[in-house]
Each structure stands twice: as structure tokens, then as C-alpha cells.
Design a protein around this ligand. Structure first.
Ligand SMILES: NC(=O)c1ccc[n+]([C@@H]2O[C@H](COP(=O)([O-])OP(=O)(O)OC[C@H]3O[C@@H](n4cnc5c(N)ncnc54)[C@H](OP(=O)(O)O)[C@@H]3O)[C@@H](O)[C@H]2O)c1
Length: 317
């Protein structure tokens, strides 16, 4: 848990009371969770805007962790859609709480039973990168046959985006570093560009959608690569938060535009991602696994900006 905003070291292990589910809630014994960029954003609150959600001066919810996979240990008296013993996974960026051995959620929240073909540490990382990618791909209304570039194809969002875009029938050009070319190709990318050797801006190809899943480019630089009504989306706010302003202005001007949709997730999205996993169309990439006791190390690694897909915390004894 953390009681103040700051660097990885503000996270510390403490004994807490086991939560008791209300009548419409389930008690989940967490077997696997992740440390991801959303946790880092809420822990550091270095973007002031985050404090509007996380608490102005100190964190409102002191146990982070938004992704989880585990087992239903108890249910409230009104719960009908889950039973004790169900293996579940999901996402909670409202009250968080997955960096603990137990958490509660309402049965109607963003959780469902685990895909039959994955185990806990593979199911926990389905939702964070998966739902950001899904929101952005839906906002861009990507259709089969469109040309899409994904920059940062080895992040949690980028590696999910490549797989989801292939599922929606797009032609995907993915940008990543030398050591991960084969991995990104295995995710389904049609073409892979090594950013350490080639600047994708200079490749000359045109795209319907440029998805900068690691927030390292800008609309200005990517504009020449966009087709006439092409769309640019970055996962970062950009210089002086320009992507927010551009998302307000460019759609009014017509032509090439920037999107900055507010990410959302609900139970239907979690079920949709589960179905993709069961069809073999999506599998989250798992990088390092840590124990809960090593969570500060996990935060430090995630903040190197070098993780490949997802960093998992394993709580199974
Ligand atoms: N504030 C929030 O709440 C929040 C939430 C979610 C995501 N985000 C933002 O979304 C972005 C993606 O997050 P993520 O968790 O999916 O991934 P991530 O962990 O930030 O991405 C790491 C990957 O990006 C690659 N990479 C780094 N620089 C690159 C470059 N110039 N070109 C291409 N690839 C590059 C790295 O590969 P190499 O090691 O090979 O370079 C690494 O595999 C981040 O910018 C993050 O801050 C923010």
C-alpha cells in the first residue's frame, strides 16, 4: 500500500483486515496481478490531472493494482452470477486493490470468469493494455484492409494493439527495438520496423491510423505519413499537453485529425477480450514475474520504460 505520492519506495507491505463483501459484492482471493503504467501514474501522481481521480493531496485508495486473476472465495447474499470457487479475472481502476491478497468487487463490475486456455499469471494482464488499445481502435473506427502503424509495439498497449488490429483485419506495420523483432512478428504484424535502425517517419508509407502506443512521436511529425483523412492517436499527452488541444481542434478543421478518447471499460469489454483470448486472437505478453514482497523492484523495472508487454506479481504461495 501507499499513503503518499512518490517514487517506487512509497509502496510498502502492511497487514490489512480481510475485506468483507457487501450483499452485491464478491470476495476475490488474488493469485496474480500486475504492476503497470496506470499503477505508476496513480502512485507518483506526477501528472497533476491524475489527482482529480486519485485524491488531491494524498491517495484516496491506498492499495493499488488494477488487473487481477484469482478465485471467488465468498459472495454477498444478492450475488447470482458468480459462485465460490469460480476462477475470475478483470480490471478495477476505480477503487484498485489488486496489490493485496484479497479484494472485493461488485458482481456487475469489470470481471468475468477466466479464459479456459490461460492460467492466472497469463490472465491477470489481459485488461490494462487490452482495454486501452480496444478503446483507441474503436475510436479510430479501424476497418478491415486499412493500413495502421503501431509505434511501441512491445508495450502492454502496443502488443495488445497489434493483436487486436489483426483481429479487426488491418494491415499492421509495427515499430519496436532490434531484440523484439521476432516477438512482434509473432504477434501478427505484417511488417516490422526496427526503431534503432530506421526512423519510421522517413519510411514514406501512408497510413489510415498511426497509433503511437508509447507516446514518443507527435502529430506534426506523423502528419505527412497520414492518408487524407488519417487519424493520429498517442498514449501520451504530448508536448504542453498538445494532444488534448489537437483532439479538440483537428476534427473541426477536417482532414487529418488527432483523437484523444477517454478510456472506458465495462464487463462487456472484459468478456470481449476473454473471447478473443479463447479464440487465440489475443494473448497478453508476459515479461518478468515478481513476488508481492518485490513490488518496489517491479515498479522500478516498469519505470525503466523497457518492459516487454506486462510485469506480473505472483501471489500464489
Ligand atoms: N499515466 C497513465 O495512467 C498511463 C496509463 C497507461 C499507459 N500510459 C502511457 O502509455 C504508454 C505505453 O505504456 P505501456 O505500459 O503499454 O508500455 P511501456 O511499458 O511504457 O512500453 C515499454 C516498451 O516501449 C518500447 N519503446 C521505448 N521507446 C520506444 C521507441 N522510441 N520506439 C518504439 N518502442 C519504444 C520499449 O522497447 P525497447 O526497450 O526495445 O525500447 C518497451 O518494450 C506509456 O507512455 C505510458 O506512460 C500512461
Amino acid at each position: 500500500m501507499y499513503t503518499k505520492y512518490g517514487p517506487p519506495e512509497v509502496a510498502e507491505l502492511r497487514e490489512l483486515d480481510k475485506p468483507v463483501p457487501k450483499e452485491n459484492e464478491v470476495l476475490i482471493k488474488v493469485y496474480a496481478t500486475t504492476v503497470n503504467r496506470t499503477d505508476c501514474g496513480f502512485r507518483s501522481a506526477s501528472y497533476f490531472i491524475i489527482r482529480l481521480f486519485s485524491g488531491l493531496f494524498e491517495p484516496k485508495h491506498q492499495v493499488l493494482g488494477n488487473e487481477f486473476a484469482g478465485e471467488i472465495e465468498a459472495i454477498g447474499q444478492d450475488v447470482t452470477s458468480f459462485k465460490v470457487g469460480d476462477q475470475v479475472f478483470g480490471y478495477n481502476d476505480t477503487t484498485f486493490g489488486a496489490h493485496a491478497e484479497y479484494m472485493t468487487m461488485r458482481e456487475t463490475d469489470s470481471l468475468t470468469t477466466m479464459p479456459g486456455n490461460l492460467i492466472h499469471h497469463e490472465s491477470a494482464p489481459i485488461c490494462e493494455g487490452g482495454h486501452y488499445a480496444l478503446c483507441d481502435i474503436r475510436a479510430a473506427k479501424v476497418k478491415g484492409g486499412q493500413d495502421v502503424l503501431v509505434n511501441g509495439a512491445t508495450g502492454a498497449i502496443g502488443s495488445a494493439a497489434v493483436q487486436l488490429l489483426k483481429h479487426f483485419g488491418a494491415n499492421v506495420t509495427a515499430v519496436c527495438g532490434t531484440k523484439n523483432l521476432a516477438l512482434v512478428k509473432s504477434l501478427g504484424a505484417d511488417e516490422v520496423i526496427d526503431y534503432l535502425k530506421v526512423d519510421f517517419i522517413k519510411t514514406g508509407k501512408k497510413f489510415d491510423f498511426i497509433y503511437d502506443a508509447v507516446g514518443k512521436s507527435s502529430f506534426g511529425k506523423c502528419k505527412p505519413l497520414l492518408k487524407k483523412h488519417g487519424i493520429y492517436k498517442s498514449t501520451e499527452l504530448g508536448k504542453n499537453s498538445e494532444n488534448i488541444f489537437l483532439a479538440l481542434i483537428t476534427p473541426v478543421l477536417g482532414g487529418k485529425r488527432v483523437l484523444f478518447p477517454i478510456p472506458t471499460i465495462n464487463k462487456e469489454d472484459v468478456v470481449f477480450l476473454k473471447e478473443l483470448v479463447e479464440k487465440g486472437a489475443f494473448k497478453p505478453v508476459v515479461d518478468r514475474q515478481y513476488k508481492l514482497e518485490q513490488i518496489v523492484e517491479a515498479y522500478k523495472y516498469v519505470e525503466t520504460g523497457q518492459k516487454i508487454g506486462n510485469v506480473v506479481i505472483n501471489l500464489m504461495q
